[in-house]
Structure formats: C-alpha cells, structure tokens
Unconditional design. Structure first.
Length: 267
C-alpha cells in the first residue's frame, strides 16, 4: 500500500481535508526543489505533487509551461526528478509524493523500469495527464505491481460513463479538474464544483481532490467544504518564478500561502 490511503484515513479521523501543493521539479533551480518540498510540509501540506517537466505540457497554462521551460533549461528530466524524491525521502518517510506529468518520458524509460525506479525513490502515486484509462493497462500493471497508485483526472464535461471508467482504474484519489481549460486559466466557481463532486461520489469510495483555479486561502477553504482534498499549483509556481532570484523570500512567501490555506481549510 502506498502512503496515500493511510494519509487520507488519518485526515478523515481528524476531520480534516488534504492540502496538496504542486511544484515543478527543478524549477527554478534543481537545488531548490527538495528544500521547498520540506517547507511545504512544514507549512501544512499533506501530499506533494511533483511535476515532471515536459517540453509540451498541453494541459498547463503559461505559468507551468514557463516552469517546465526553466526546469528543462537546468537539465531536469524524469530520472533527475526521481533523484529529487530520493533526496526528499532521506528526511521524510511519511508524506506521500505523487509524480504528475506526461506519458512520453515514461515510455522512453519503459513502463517496468519506470515503476521500479519510482518505487525505489519513494513515489506513492503517478498522474499521467495524457494517458486515458482505456490505454493505461500496461502501465497500470507495472504500477500496481509496485504498489504505486495510478491517479486519473475528471473534468466538468465528464459524463457518467467516463466517471465510472476512471473510478474503476484509479487508486489513491481522483483529481477533479474544476475548470474547462488549462491550469490557472479562470476563476473558480465553487457552486459548480460542489455539484460535480456530488455527482462523482456515487461512483467511488476514493477521496476526491479538486484542482485548477485555487489561488488563495478563501478558495481553498471553500473547496475543502465540498471535497476531500485541495490541489494548488499555479498560485505556487507563479510565486516561485517571480522570486527565482531570491530563494529565501520565495520559500517564505510560498510557505505563507500554504499556511494560510491550511488555516482556512481547518477553520
């Protein structure tokens, strides 16, 4: 079993919701990633989503596209991202880590080799944005053999038959994309999110996390009232990009954002 299910079980017993920040591995510099991961946990994060930079991140808006470009320029790759997870695990054996990215780098490495390397590094879940469950059988077999949770996306436009298919394939949690469009592209409609989350729940016992469009503590608190997890990406990555020349201030501001979200969610 990965660390994800026990994490949600513990949160449920405490009457709390999961806070899941996202950052891009190697952005803006590789040596910043692991300290930032630890800072996020200290500020109140429950699970870390670590983005594997890719040259064509089609689901992501300009903020995360630029983060991928910065990380790739620093020589970041899937293998180096796994090395960062290994470094993180030296001091944190508890916090779940989910790799989020695109299929091409995994195919290049090979499904079996990737799953084995991810397990050795201490990865708990894998979210491959451009791999639908209909085409995921081979990768799912390798991930399941290594007790790594495959995580899938649902969208506002997902019909019931699609929800059923994703629910059957997913483990760990389901990631509901709250917006039509790319990351960071619009403001959040919490009423619409609540309606869709309610529509998903009859199909699964898995926790439902909501991401895309959560920019501040108020939005995080509102989503936490209707979902099991709040995923925050562009709001973090944009601050990291803007403060790339001042890492101490970057860590302070990002930690402050996560701490404020944690308070709003717990309030």
């Amino acid at each position: 079993m990965s660390r994800i299910t026990p994490c949600f079980q513990s949160l449920r017993r405490a009457g709390r919701k999961a806070l899941i920040p996202f950052l891009t591995a190697g952005d803006p510099q590789p040596d910043i990633t692991v300290p930032m991961m630890h800072a996020l946990v200290s500020a109140g994060a429950d699970i870390i989503e670590l983005g594997v930079p890719f040259s064509d991140p089609m689901a992501d808006g300009p903020v995360i596209q630029q983060a991928c470009e910065r990380a790739l320029a620093q020589g970041m790759s899937l293998r180096r991202a796994l090395e960062l997870v290994t470094q993180f695990r030296r001091d944190d054996q508890t916090t779940p880590v989910v790799l989020m990215g695109y299929l091409n780098p995994i195919e290049v490495m090979g499904y079996r080799a990737f799953a084995a390397a991810a397990a050795r590094a201490g990865v708990d879940g894998v979210l491959t944005v451009d791999l639908p469950p209909e085409e995921a059988h081979d990768l799912l077999a390798e991930l399941n053999a290594m007790a790594i949770d495959p995580i899938f996306l649902l969208a506002p436009t997902s019909p019931p038959e699609r929800i059923r298919l994703v629910a059957a394939a997913a483990k760990g949690y389901i990631y509901y994309v709250s917006l039509k469009g790319v990351t960071g592209s619009a403001a959040l409609d919490t009423a619409a999110v609540a309606e869709k989350v309610s529509a998903i729940r009859p199909f699964t016992d898995l926790p439902i996390g909501v991401g895309f469009g959560i920019r501040d503590a108020a939005a995080a608190g509102a989503v936490a009232r209707v979902a099991d997890a709040v995923v925050v990406g562009s709001a973090i990555v944009s601050r990291m990009g803007a403060l790339a020349a001042d890492p101490p201030r970057m860590q302070q501001e990002v930690s402050g954002l996560i701490a404020a979200m944690r308070r709003a969610m717990d309030g």
